[in-house]
Design a protein around this ligand. Structure first.
Ligand code: PLP
Length: 431
């Protein structure tokens, strides 16, 4: 079907809330590795990966083979009967996840994982109060949205009670106007102040993404989570790590939180764990998992054999193709090249990231740090014309989000940086 006809049908039948990137609709027909192809056959280098999902690359032949093979035997039976892929995947996750995390529950998405994990935490602690970070993003279901602190995602409410938001560890725009490390990690200390002033002194959990993705690729100081986790434990609460976006190799380790020298009590996963098939999970320690009695939690499609077979194949591919080490190495190269562009360009306030989750914060002026959201929209369009797909992030709408498939190469980095360099020159004409 022609693009114009599809657009007409889209305008008639899809809800208007669908907001496609780009003024001229991009119709993608095919993907392979780190490349996408539109309806005219034009090739794009993908720095977006379907919002940080397709970590092993588009249409990976082995994952496709394993998922299709499973489809020939059994597509769905529900977790009310035993199937092997979900059990085997839970075993693998117990091996891979840090610390004592060893019990998995499977669902369909990141938001559903957050709903389940927060319910489990409430059942375990017998408390409903959460500490969450400003600029967080945890999904669009009620509890997930109640823990999300970005105006653009929040509607009129009402939201779940008991959520207290604290300043995020965002050194570039520190809420306390301090600098790291002389700040003494004031943002972490503020968690204790929040507990002692905004709660009854007991909490269910502190929840955070290891690196805020949608919130603008915010990388906390190394010791942040350890400090906060100790504080929360002192008040009887748990540390709930939302690794939906950073997990499965994106931040240069199996899980983003492994960059921070701390063990979470509960972890949520989604996005990359089945390389594009819808699969979410939450994982806890043995003891915490027992807070849900048999039959207390359920998801019709959760643990679906096809998606779990894809999850198992994803783990195999990440290992066999060394994609996590690649994410670290190529990510370091990407960061270094982009930092050179930061030196050279007046519109680049900061480049930050870990592995292959990288943000470029655009400003109109480096001294005042006035955000430059118009520049972001312009550079996304410019890059698309040149065959490069970038993402956007940040509550101020001014962060280029770079989350390519983890098979990205040094040559891809060079190609992407040349286009970003030229794009920055373009958007700086208006400054
Ligand atoms: C950190 C984080 N948590 C949760 C979610 C929600 O996941 P989903 O869109 O699959 O519901 C997202 C999605 O972007 C996310 O980035």
């Amino acid at each position: 079907m022609r693009k114009e006809e599809l657009e007409e049908k889209r305008n008639k039948y899809l809800m208007p809330c669908y907001a496609h990137y780009f003024k001229d609709t991009l119709l993608i027909e095919r993907g392979e590795g780190q490349y996408l192809y539109d309806n005219a056959g034009k090739r794009y280098l993908d720095c977006f990966a379907g919002v940080a999902v397709v970590n092993c690359g588009h249409a990976h032949p082995y994952i496709t083979e394993k998922a299709s093979e499973q489809m020939q035997y059994l597509v769905h039976i529900s977790s009310l009967m035993l199937t092997s892929p979900m059990v085997l995947l839970a075993e693998k996750l117990a091996e891979l996840t840090p610390g004592k995390l060893n019990r998995s529950f499977f669902c369909n998405s990141g938001a559903e994982a957050i709903e389940g994990a927060t319910a489990l935490v409430k059942a375990y602690t017998d408390n409903h109060q959460f500490i969450a970070l400003r600029s967080s993003f945890h999904g669009r279901t009620l509890m997930a949205l109640s823990l999300t602190a970005q105006q653009s995602w929040r509607g009129k409410g009402p939201y779940a009670p008991g959520v207290v938001f604290v300043a995020n560890p965002y050194c570039y725009r520190c809420a306390f106007k301090l600098s790291y490390p002389s700040c003494g990690l004031a943002c972490a200390e503020d968690v204790e102040r929040a507990i002692t002033t905004c709660t009854n002194g007991e909490v269910a959990a502190f929840i955070a993404e290891p690196i805020q993705g949608n919130g603008g690729v915010i990388v906390p100081p190394k010791e942040y989570f350890k400090t906060v986790s100790e504080i929360v434990h002192r008040y009887g609460g748990l540390f709930l790590d939302d690794d939906v976006q950073c997990g499965f190799g994106r931040a240069g380790e199996w899980f983003g939180i492994q960059n921070f020298d701390v063990e979470p009590d509960v972890m949520t996963l989604g996005k990359g764990i089945a390389n594009g098939l819808p699969l979410g999970a939450f994982i806890s320690t043995e003891e915490i998992s027992r807070a849900f009695k048999p039959g207390q939690h359920f998801s019709t499609f959760g643990g679906n054999p096809v998606n779990c077979a894809a999850g198992l194949a994803t783990i195999e591919v990440l290992k066999r193709e060394n994609l996590i080490a690649n994410s670290r190495q190529v990510g370091n190269l990407f960061l270094a090249r982009l930092k050179e562009l930061q030196e050279k360009h007046k519109s680049v306030g900061e480049v930050r990231g870990m592995g292959l989750i990288i943000g470029i914060e655009l400003v109109k002026n480096k001294k005042t740090k006035e955000p430059y959201p118009q520049g972001l929209l312009q550079i996304l369009e410019f890059a698309r014309e040149k065959g490069l797909l970038l993402g956007k992030a940040g509550p101020l709408g001014n962060v280029i989000r770079i989350t390519p498939p983890l098979c990205f190469t040094a040559e891809n980095v060079e190609e992407a940086c040349q286009i970003v360099d030229a794009g920055l020159r373009e958007i700086e004409k208006g400054l």
